[in-house]
Design a protein around this ligand. Structure first.
Ligand code: SF4
Length: 327
């Protein structure tokens, strides 16, 4: 796939985040990143456990019991709605996963959809602050259990540029892998996938990248399918790591190494100064990428020309323009 083309993402999403009036009070939780940015590049697969089971508007619910025995309870009326929520969850999560999702964005703070820190109350109805357990909402806990590799984030956490950048890389790389699997699987296409992702993967986790490389190197036509399965496991492990500035600098320096023989001492000094400013959180990654792209245009490199690291997702998402996108 050319570097300027991107697969269309398949993203499961809590329906209220799309602006659907399905919250307990008939309201919504429309999120700009989902509906204005991500929507240009994604097909959404919405879900709303509570509206499906309890209707809208409805009384609020909460998790009650212990981590080993969670109940879903509507405290005002004293109704136990566990069976309904679990039934919807058991039916809907497999249907969503059958779509070969690339990620999910879930609503924070919800006993159904939250990713973390959802309070579990005592059966008496009281919550004793940090002494009591907290967990994911019932629906998202099931989604994570059935698809631990999936990029799942809450809309609130995606306001953090670092988490957002990593979520988007994870989703787009999963989508490229999905499309790779749907194409004609050959030894050459497998090797090309790995080659084109070399620097992106190194920026995530060097050791896992090397393990993936060793797997590709020992793959023959006879063990191709088996290798692809093993590779996928390592790929998903690697994508779960969040990029750190140190790893990204190492990749930038590798790429710079292709060109330094062509550069004047002033140009070399400018590169080193710029990359140090990136490491120190003074300039965003896009500034260094633009310098390296300039070298690529001037001096060429067939190997670098197809590296996904230069464009892992659509540029207008603007994530590499944010200094906070790297830590
Ligand atoms: S948080 Fe989940 S259950 Fe609650 S309204 Fe949104 S989609 Fe529905």
């Amino acid at each position: 796939m050319p570097l300027n083309e991107f697969p269309r993402l398949k993203i499961a999403v809590s329906d209220c985040l799309r602006g659907t009036h399905c919250r307990y009070n008939g309201g919504h939780a429309q999120d700009d990143f989902i509906n204005k940015d991500l929507a240009k590049y994604a097909d959404f697969f919405p879900f709303c456990p509570e509206a499906a089971v309890l209707g809208t508007p409805r009384e609020t619910i909460r998790l009650v019991g212990t981590l080993e025995n969670i109940r879903v309870f509507a405290p005002k009326s004293g109704t136990d709605v566990t069976m309904g929520i679990l039934d919807y969850t058991e039916k809907t999560v497999p249907k969503l996963l059958a779509q070969n999702l690339d990620g999910a964005v879930v609503k924070s703070g919800s006993p159904s959809c939250g990713l973390e820190r959802i309070k579990v109350y005592n059966p008496s109805g009281q919550w004793h602050a940090f002494k009591d357990p907290m967990m994911a909402g019932v629906f998202t806990a099931k989604l994570k259990a059935m698809a631990p590799h999936l990029a799942v984030e809450e809309e609130g956490r995606l306001h953090d540029a670092w988490l957002r950048e990593n979520f988007v890389i994870q989703a787009f790389t999963s989508a490229r892998w999905r499309e790779f699997l749907q194409g004609d699987l050959t030894l050459a296409s497998f090797q090309a996938f790995h080659r084109d992702h070399k620097y992106l993967f190194m920026s995530k986790h060097v050791e896992i990248y090397r393990e993936m490389g060793a797997l590709v190197a020992t793959t023959r036509q006879s063990n191709l399918r088996e290798s692809v399965v093993g590779y996928q496991g390592k790929l998903f492990d690697l994508l779960a790591y969040r990029s750190k500035r140190g790893n990204v600098k190492m990749v930038l320096d590798h790429i710079y190494g292709y060109f330094k023989g062509f550069l004047s001492s002033d140009e070399k000094a400018h590169y080193h100064e710029s990359v140090q400013e990136f490491v120190n959180g003074i300039v965003p990654l896009i500034a260094i990428i633009k310098v390296l792209e300039q070298y690529l245009n001037a001096y060429g490199s067939d190997y670098l020309a197809t590296q996904v690291f230069f464009k892992p997702y659509p540029a207008d998402l603007g994530l590499r323009s944010k200094i906070a996108a790297y830590r």
